[in-house]
Design a protein around this ligand. Structure first.
Ligand SMILES: [Zn+2]
Ligand SMILES: [Zn+2]
Length: 136
């Protein structure tokens, strides 16, 4: 299989990254913390093993949003870039809209759907988990 390298960047272009190979999973998150950090009703994540991910430009700043959880963002333009948590050691969860080509993947489920905003109506028929995704 040909190696697949994907890139991403923040709004101003200072923070950049590179991913080798496919994501482990891709999903929409409706939790309130993501909603606040991204100032958007829902956000979409790519799960990537840390050993196939690297920051390639300016390093993002990090914010500890709850115990064991850090969220990173561009220190210049403020674009949210990634989520990391002790419970997901070895993974980085990228805000997928920062990909250079955000159409290059398909989300396959929703998480924290119990927190979704009632005025956001999505027509997909993907599984909607009330909280975290069940362990696969
Ligand atoms: Zn930036
Ligand atoms: Zn979330």
């Amino acid at each position: 299989m040909a190696s697949l390298t994907r890139e991403g960047h923040c709004l101003c272009g200072a923070v950049t990254y590179e991913i080798e190979g496919p994501e482990t999973w891709a999903c929409h998150c409706h939790c309130e913390s993501c909603r606040r950090q991204t100032a958007s009703p829902v956000t979409t994540f790519l799960g990537i093993p840390l050993d196939r991910f690297q920051w390639t430009g300016a390093r993002p700043k990090t914010y500890a949003s709850s115990p064991g959880v850090t969220r990173s963002f561009c220190p210049t333009c403020g674009t949210p870039m990634a989520f990391q948590a002790d419970r997901y050691a070895g993974e980085i969860h990228l805000y997928a809209a920062t990909l250079a080509d955000p159409a290059s993947f398909r989300p396959t489920f929703h998480v924290h759907y119990a927190e979704h905003l009632p005025w956001l109506v999505l027509a997909d028929d993907l599984p909607r988990h009330a909280g975290f995704a069940p362990e696969s």
